[in-house]
Design a protein around this ligand. Sequence first.
Ligand code: AMP
Length: 365
Amino acid sequence: MRVGIVGAGQLGRMLAQAGSRLGMQFNFLDPSHEACAAEFGKLICTTYGDAEGLFQLAEQSDFITFEFENVPPRAVERLAMQTPTQPGALALATARDRWAEKTLFQQLDIPVAEVRKVDSQEELAAVVAKLGLPLICKTRTLGYDGKGQKRLLQESDLANTFSELGEVPLIAERMVNFSQEVSIIAVRNHEGEVRCYPLAINEHRRGILHSSTPAPEHPLNSMAQSYIMATMDALHYVGVMAFEFFAVDDQLLANEIAPRVHNSGHWSIEGSECSQFENHLRALCDLPLGSTLSREPSCLLNLIGARPDYQALLAIPGVHLHDYGKQARPGRKIGHITLTASNSALLNERRHQVEELLVNDLGDL
Ligand code: AMP
């Protein structure tokens, strides 16, 4: 089977690593010559909207998928006409636009923080007058790792927000005083069968994911499962999806979905019977879904901006190191560690040892 992936970063790389064990071959389309998945397949180096490049990708592949949701919707439609492509145009168009996402959640009765769309500085002033402060403004598209956002804590923060965020369509939402950030990852196949990984507790530092810890006993698992299943059904979704929430007391408020494999599920490579990467490919290529049960307690820790001492790191039992082969730059994800242990107490002990060694450089926002 030949799989074409739009995007050739670390997600494409880990998809290819999982798929090559199943005998799959990979083609990538990515604008960067240095894309880190390229060594695992053939790279078509061009922009995401390039018609000729997309045609080549579709011609050389039996199935197409994405590691990156910000693909022009026309490009998705063009690919899908030529070669089976998942997730589909509706899912991608919804997930790439924060307003479309929030609208869908509300239609599905999934609670969200109160939110408005904002298309000008004047509209923002009107929204602030209505909702009050604090608010958080986010660009509707292309934001990631806390980029494309501004927090409005007091009246004086309001000035120039629209121009500072690039004069593009925005949403403004109430700041949530959450107790935890959590996410759930699920996979859905062509028949509508869904399997969920356990809810993961996520810790961000300066808007970038620092750690993710699966919590199979978390009381909000079944609520998160019902929300992601409803969303996947509404989008006729095939493949892996991630859904991020704010936990407030015993409720979940929906933040956003990612129509792809997700950083908060990387622990599944060693922590689960079948990883999110393999399950995404199984769903795409119409193979039976794998078990999402956990093998043993695990967690993910990201390597950001700088490499720690690998000699010391690899001396700690239960460390599974994934280096993406990328040049280190402040704020850039260059690898991750899955940490495993036979019980939670031991996992925590090992985690402290690993955290001591991390030298993450988060850069400036
Ligand atoms: P996002 O890109 O929407 O995932 O936002 C990045 C990070 O900003 C989140 O992981 C939260 O830590 C924080 N954040 C986003 N939206 C809100 C909100 N409405 N209230 C409080 N914190 C937020």
